[in-house]
Design a protein around this ligand. Structure first.
Ligand code: HEC
Ligand code: HEC
Length: 288
């Protein structure tokens, strides 16, 4: 039955001889345009195989007679980009950060390079854009523990803070006052520190605390509590807190101070990268 040519009665078209539930399939020829396009794509692919990398061979692959190859193109473009960067990096290597920042073209290159390096190396602690987080200072305000000039920032980044593998690291230790002060003196000085940002709960205690402060704290935090950058002692008057500004936070720092550690980058990042990230941090919004 399948071999017998059968014609549909209505259209007169041959059927394929297949039948499902009384429905027969007509054997219409493919449209001519479709067949032509089909042959054209085959011809096109043959030409393409010859021109471009295509078939695997026993030892590798057919490379195409045009010699075009996106992987090689990419390598070439990367090499070009590196060569272009090298020019900028060489200049940055010979200049100090002040001079780099003074040249608008170098500055914009350094800002981009610095941003990438910051995201890779610093954002984990300091937050994206240097926004900071609890225990890690914001680098985007104009409040600096250790100083916000280009030179200060570069020094901090190169040698770190309390990072004793580096002999030039920034260092200072706030003493633990639990053994030095009486319990009441601690409470008094907590009130005094609160009063520096207008938040004392007990004025008399704060007044007593001011004497304790002058004796025990002013050497590092300054007579007026505005801090001292040579020692990384924070300004206690500005409402910006590294370890929190509530009475219990201040008490905790007095009794059992934290000593923030920041790694030194001198040995981990290339010289040019340190300069670029210095300039980036300086430009985050709070450079001095
Ligand atoms: C492991 C966490 C960590 C990483 C990573 C880190 N820092 Fe820090 N950084 C700190 C801490 C903690 C401090 C504050 C130390 C202190 O208490 O004085 C700090 C302080 C600083 C300061 C001084 C801020 C001031 O107010 O004077 C600068 C500048 C700085 N970091 C830049 C960077 C840069 C740039 C990078 C990336 C190359 C980086 N940091 C990576 C933890 C980190
Ligand atoms: C030897 C210097 C030194 C002395 C003395 C000292 N401090 Fe500090 N203090 C520091 C340093 C440095 C820090 C920052 C610690 C860090 O970055 O980890 C600090 C941090 C603080 C903080 C935390 C500030 C914040 O932003 O969270 C408070 C509060 C504070 N000190 C209060 C006092 C009081 C009160 C006294 C006196 C009883 C005192 N300090 C004596 C050096 C000192």
């Amino acid at each position: 039955m399948a071999n017998k040519v059968e014609r549909d009665e209505v259209t007169g078209v041959e059927t394929t001889g297949h039948e499902w539930d009384g429905i027969k399939e007509l054997n219409n020829p493919l449209p001519r345009w479709w067949v032509l396009v089909f042959y054209a794509t085959i011809a096109f692919s043959v030409v393409w195989w010859i021109l471009y990398p295509s078939w695997p061979t026993l030892t590798g692959y057919w490379g195409g007679i045009l010699g075009s190859n996106q992987r090689l193109d990419l390598d070439r473009r990367m090499a070009e980009a590196r060569a272009a960067q090298a020019q900028w990096l060489e200049k940055i290597a010979t200049l100090d950060t002040e001079a780099v920042a003074a040249d608008p073209e170098l500055l914009s290159f350094a800002m981009r390079g610095g941003e990438v390096a910051f995201k890779e190396n610093c954002a984990a602690c300091h937050g994206l854009g240097g926004a900071g987080q609890f225990n890690y200072p914001s680098l985007a305000d104009d409040d600096w523990l250790w100083g916000g000039t280009l030179a200060d920032i570069e020094q901090t980044i190169r040698h770190g803070i309390r990072f004793y593998d580096d002999p030039d690291t920034r260092d200072s230790q706030m003493p633990a006052f639990g053994d030095i002060l009486e319990r009441e003196q601690v409470e008094d000085v907590v009130q005094y520190v609160l009063s520096l940002s207008g938040r004392a709960e007990d004025g008399e205690a704060a007044a007593r605390g001011s004497e304790v402060f002058a004796e025990q704290c002013a050497a590092c935090h300054g007579d007026d509590g505005r801090g001292m950058k040579e020692l990384g002692a924070p300004n206690l008057t500005d409402g910006i807190w590294l370890y929190g500004g509530e009475p219990q936070d201040i008490r905790a720092q007095i009794l059992k101070p934290r000593h923030g550690v920041m790694p030194a980058w001198q040995t981990r990042l290339e010289d040019e990268v340190i300069k670029m990230v210095t300039i980036y941090v300086h430009n985050l919004g709070g450079g001095e």
